[in-house]
Design a protein around this ligand. Structure first.
Ligand code: NAD
Ligand code: TDX
Length: 332
């Protein structure tokens, strides 16, 4: 039995990981979360209090980290500013949390010799052409496009340097786009589902031909746990579930699932610098560590996600107006 320090455990993917670990193992979890606009304690409701402790705080707080590190066997670092559109409007918090926050954490992990797993994104590799058969691999050169993805790339490079220079016992994973319960309504899929629930037409950026490689958050969690259990120190693993779909097709599926006509959406102004296509080759993780995704039917996963947002309006409603007010400023 181990104790994990899960940073950002009140956010979308972090909270899914906490649920997954507490349900499928006997490990304990300490969540460290600053509760920014994206953090929500309600995402951790109902979890066993004897195995999960919540600590409200900033990953950049070195004194707090010195208190927490002796209590844990590993850090699983999800905390980040995570939304590309926000990073275009105000990049500063991205530099603070994603770069300086990660720096504070790896320094603390080094001081206390604690195993570290860094959660990152496929966006560090930039984008692929729509008609390209290539996918990202562990050796694809870094080429981030947005303030968000460049700060994630910077944090990955810090972790790699701490491994090489200081022997930090670390692994890194770069995952594709996640969907599932507890995702903030600013993000593409929950935004469109909750718009339809509110009688508002979904909003597609540009022509909507951009492709994302969707993976259910539970599959991301099982992959991270596999890397914590069997990953080779110093390695980077790509996590993906072969779920490429363009945005237009995703909106049409949501509309179909929710009983609306396929064309009942609006095109809005495109995202500046909008990455065209992401696609992950996760062969290393599958062949070396024996991981496989369980949620291979994207349409069924989308149906379950629509149902989750139907059933959990008290969870998302408090965030909806503020998220839409931000989009109004950019006409999106
Ligand atoms: P999210 O925005 O839903 O959650 C982020 C969490 O981090 C929130 O609970 C927030 O309160 C917390 N946080 C932010 N700054 C903090 C700080 N300084 N100190 C402590 N806590 C802080 O994000 P998410 O979508 O769950 O993403 C989690 C991680 O996974 C990020 O590192 C992101 O880059 C990565 N990732 C996300 C995706 C995706 O599709 N969403 C895909 C690949 C990788
Ligand atoms: O209203 C919208 N309409 C639209 O067409 C929104 C919010 C988005 N989009 C498009 C932009 C993207 O092509 O949908 C796609 C997905 O958008 P986001 O949910 O903002 O995700 P993305 O920018 O792809 O980044 C996500 O995946 C990688 C996460 O937010 C990142 O944290 C992760 O690293």
């Amino acid at each position: 039995m181990s104790t994990f320090l899960v940073t950002g455990g009140a956010g979308f993917i972090g909270s899914n990981f906490v649920h997954y670990v507490l349900e499928s193992t006997d490990h304990r979890v300490i969540v460290l979360d600053k509760l920014t606009y994206a953090g929500n304690r309600a995402s951790l409701k109902g979890l066993p209090v004897n195995r999960m402790t919540f600590m409200h705080g900033d990953i950049a707080d070195a004194d707090l980290l010195d208190e927490l590190m002796p209590q844990v066997d590993a850090v699983v670092h999800y905390a980040a500013e995570s939304h590309n559109d926000n990073s275009l409007n105000d990049p500063r918090p991205f530099v603070d949390t994603n770069i300086l926050g990660t720096y504070a954490l790896i320094e603390a992990a080094r001081r206390h010799d604690v195993r570290f797993h860094h959660i990152s994104t496929d966006e560090v590799y930039g984008d692929l052409e729509l008609d390209d058969t290539e996918r990202f691999t562990e050796t694809t050169p870094y080429n981030p496009s947005s303030p968000y993805s460049s700060t994630k790339a910077g944090s990955d490079l810090l972790v790699r340097a701490w491994v090489r220079s200081f022997g930090l016992r670390a692994t890194i994973s770069n995952c594709s786009n996640n969907y599932g319960p507890y995702q903030h309504v600013e993000k593409f899929i929950p935004r469109q589902i909750t718009n339809v629930l509110d009688g508002v037409r979904p909003r597609l950026y540009g022509e909507g031909l951009n492709v994302r490689d969707w993976i259910h958050a539970n599959d991301h969690s099982s992959a991270v746990l596999t890397i914590l259990e069997r990953g080779r120190l110093g390695e980077t693993y790509l996590i993906g579930a072969d779920g490429e779909h363009n945005n237009k097709a995703v909106i049409e599926s949501i509309l179909e699932i929710m009983g609306e006509s396929a064309g009942a959406y609006d095109h809005v102004v495109d995202r500046p610098g909008h990455d065209l296509r992401y696609a992950i080759d996760s062969t290393t993780l599958r062949t070396e560590l024996g991981w496989f995704p369980q949620y291979s039917d994207f349409h069924a996963g989308l149906e379950a996600t629509v149902q989750w947002y139907r059933d959990n309006e008290p969870w998302w409603r408090p965030q909806k107006a503020a998220a839409e007010a931000k989009y109004q400023l950019t006409g999106q």
